[in-house]
Design a protein around this ligand. Structure first.
Ligand SMILES: Nc1ncnc2c1ncn2[C@@H]1O[C@H](COP(=O)(O)OP(=O)(O)O)[C@@H](O)[C@H]1O
Ligand SMILES: [Mg+2]
Length: 326
């Protein structure tokens, strides 16, 4: 059985056997081409109880172009973000913070070249999933912020889900120019649309002005050039791509070929095994693929801040007593 098949099977077992009752924070390099030892479940993110469905961005939409020196700086309301269940630098230790601390660890190891095998372009990290709504944006925002909170990592979060962009909206920011504008307008340079934020080490590249052929552009030469520019100009930066779902269009598969690492979000109790398998098969060119089980449920709805502490172990329960194929 291939590593991927094993991992998919584990996911299924996890979904059947325990995900609905246990807080899941186990981690591992769930599926990596180099690491065959996938004996542990994928890292998981509980459904944050306080997260509401996306609210519209804060009222006071600024025009696309704002005065010169404030133009490229945006202020994210961190308290609001925290209330949405998203990692923030100003919050005390939280469940979500702990979960992402675990999730980012294998990714950062590869970025720092600390893994057994060196990963090319390890700083280019794509967050994707099979279908819409599984938590790609939620995960990429959390991952990017969590990584930016590290002392020695500067992070650029790119909203590359250009037909359903949501990064700015989730961050409570009005629409801005971005990726689409760089690709479609000669007058717009990357440096014109990158945004600095009040999270010191985090910058953003919004999806930009909606374009009817947005997803096709993602697979275009212009995008290839942009990726090359990003890789060269920001080689010291971690670049997190919030990306389109793999089974809806083919563009993100092309995007995937440029990435050093891919985080594949799987929605607990929802994404089917067949969809996961199919989606993983489309990105097998990427050297490191890590699966992230999202929206797991806690035993009680008020278990945010529960007390299982920091003793993350591996191999919790499932697969030992549970019937594997029932
Ligand atoms: N772990 C989670 N806990 C609570 N809500 C979540 C979680 N992950 C995603 N959501 C919510 O589910 C919805 C879909 O997630 P989103 O990240 O927008 O999916 P995608 O980007 O894959 O389409 C959003 O309203 C988001 O806030
Ligand atoms: Mg999204």
């Amino acid at each position: 059985m291939s590593i991927i098949e094993k991992a998919v099977e584990r996911l299924e077992q996890l979904q059947k056997a325990g995900a609905a009752a246990e807080p899941q924070t186990e981690v591992q390099d769930a599926v990596t081409a180099q690491a065959a030892a996938a004996d542990v479940p994928p890292p998981a993110v509980a459904a944050a109880p306080s997260v509401e469905t996306q609210k519209p961005a804060s009222p006071s939409p600024a025009p696309m172009s704002t005065p010169a020196n404030s133009d490229r700086y945006v202020e994210i309301d961190l308290d609001r973000l925290n209330s949405l269940g998203i990692v923030t630098p100003n919050a005390p230790r939280s469940l979500i913070g702990d979960e992402y601390r675990i999730i980012k660890r294998p990714l950062l190891r590869n970025v720092q070249g600390k893994s057994a095998a060196e990963v090319k372009n390890a700083n280019l990290i794509m967050v994707t999933s099979s279908l819409p709504g599984e938590g790609k944006s939620f995960s990429s925002i959390n991952l990017a912020i969590s990584m930016a909170m590290e002392l020695d990592h500067t992070v650029l979060l790119i909203d590359a889900d250009v037909s359903r962009p949501s990064v700015l909206n989730v961050l409570g920011l009005p629409p801005r120019k971005g990726l689409m504008d760089v690709m479609t307008s000669k007058d717009v340079e990357l440096g014109d649309v990158l945004l600095r934020t009040n999270i010191e080490k985090l910058s953003l590249l919004p999806a930009g002005t909606p374009h009817p052929r947005a997803t096709e552009l993602l697979a275009s030469d212009a995008m290839n050039n942009l990726l090359a520019e990003l890789a060269e100009r920001y080689s010291d930066r971690i670049i997190v791509f919030d990306s389109p779902p793999l089974l809806v269009t083919t563009e993100s598969r092309v995007l995937a070929t440029h990435m050093g690492q891919i985080v594949m979000v799987v929605e607990a109790n929802k994404t089917t095994r067949a969809a996961v398998k199919q989606a993983l098969a489309t990105i097998d060119s990427c050297p490191v693929r890590l699966m992230l089980l999202n929206k797991t449920q806690h035993a009680s709805s008020d278990s945010y801040g529960y007390g299982y502490g920091y003793g993350y172990g591996y191999g919790y329960g499932y697969g030992h007593g549970s019937k594997e194929n029932t």
